[in-house]
Design a protein around this ligand. Structure first.
Ligand code: CA
Length: 230
C-alpha cells in the first residue's frame, strides 16, 4: 500500500481515480489545484504523486519544480491533456518520472504507477548525497544539476550524457526509444539540436564505461532502443 497524492481539477476524473486507486489498495489524498497540492505536500509524506499539468492557481509544471526542490526522490507521474512531445519532454526535464496523455486507460495508469513505485524502492537508486544509505554501487542523480554520483564518487558526465542517464534512470526497466533520447537532447538548453542519431551509440558506449562499477547495465533492445537494468 502506498500513500498517493492525486492532483486533478476535473472533479469526475479526480473522484474516479481516487476510487480506483483506493480499490487497488492505496491510501489516497486529493488536491483540486496547484496551491492545494503544495499545501498537502508540505503537510504530509507521500510515496507518489499523480499530477495533472493544466491546473488552476499554480500550474502542474510549477508544482513539479517546487516539489522537486523539497523532495528530489518522490515519484511523480504527470497527466497531460495536450498531445505532443514538447509537453512530455518539458515534464520529464522538470523531474517527472513518467507521464500519461489524456484520455488514458485507467488500467494502464495503475500499471504505470505500480512500476514507478517499484523502481523508487530499488536499492540501486538513491537521492543526491545527503543520505547515509548509499553503497559504493548506488547511483544517485541530482535532478536540478547535471551531476551524478556512484557511491561517493562523482561521475564525470557531459550535459548530454547526463540527460541520457537521467532519462534511462527515470524509465529503468522500460525501453527508452531513440526518439525519446533525441527529443530530450534537443530540449537541453545550450545544446545544438539535430544530433545525428548514430551519435547515440557513441554516448551509450561511453555511459556504459562510466557505469562499469555499478550494478546497472544499459541493454540494447534491437530495433526499439535502450533499457537500463539493475
Ligand atoms: Ca486539468
Amino acid at each position: 500500500m502506498a500513500h498517493l497524492l492525486i492532483v486533478e481539477d476535473d472533479e469526475l476524473l479526480r473522484d474516479g481515480l481516487s476510487a480506483q486507486l483506493t480499490q487497488a489498495g492505496h491510501r489516497i489524498t486529493t488536491a483540486e489545484d496547484g496551491e492545494a497540492a503544495l499545501a498537502r505536500l508540505s503537510a504530509e509524506a507521500f510515496d507518489g504523486v499523480v499530477l495533472d499539468l493544466g491546473l488552476p492557481k499554480i500550474d502542474g509544471l510549477s508544482v513539479l519544480r517546487q516539489l522537486r526542490q523539497r523532495t528530489p526522490a518522490l515519484p511523480v507521474l504527470i497527466l497531460t491533456a495536450r498531445d505532443g512531445i514538447e509537453d512530455r519532454v518539458e515534464g520529464l526535464n522538470a523531474g517527472a518520472d513518467d507521464y500519461l496523455t489524456k484520455p488514458f486507460n485507467r488500467d494502464e495508469l495503475i500499471a504505470r504507477l505500480q512500476s514507478m513505485l517499484r523502481r523508487a524502492s530499488l536499492p540501486a537508486f538513491g537521492a543526491p548525497p545527503t543520505s547515509a544509505h548509499a553503497t559504493a554501487s548506488t547511483l544517485r542523480l541530482d535532478p536540478s544539476l547535471p551531476r551524478a554520483w556512484l557511491g561517493d564518487d562523482v561521475i564525470d558526465l557531459t550535459q548530454r550524457e547526463w540527460a541520457l542517464l537521467d532519462l534511462l534512470v527515470r524509465h529503468a526497466g522500460q525501453v527508452v526509444s531513440r526518439e525519446d533520447v533525441l527529443g530530450v537532447w534537443q530540449a537541453e538548453p545550450g545544446e545544438a539540436g539535430g544530433v545525428a542519431s548514430n551519435a547515440l551509440e557513441v554516448y551509450v558506449h561511453r555511459l556504459r564505461r562510466k557505469l562499469a562499477g555499478s550494478t546497472l547495465n544499459i541493454r540494447n533492445i534491437r530495433g526499439l532502443g535502450y533499457m537500463l537494468e539493475v
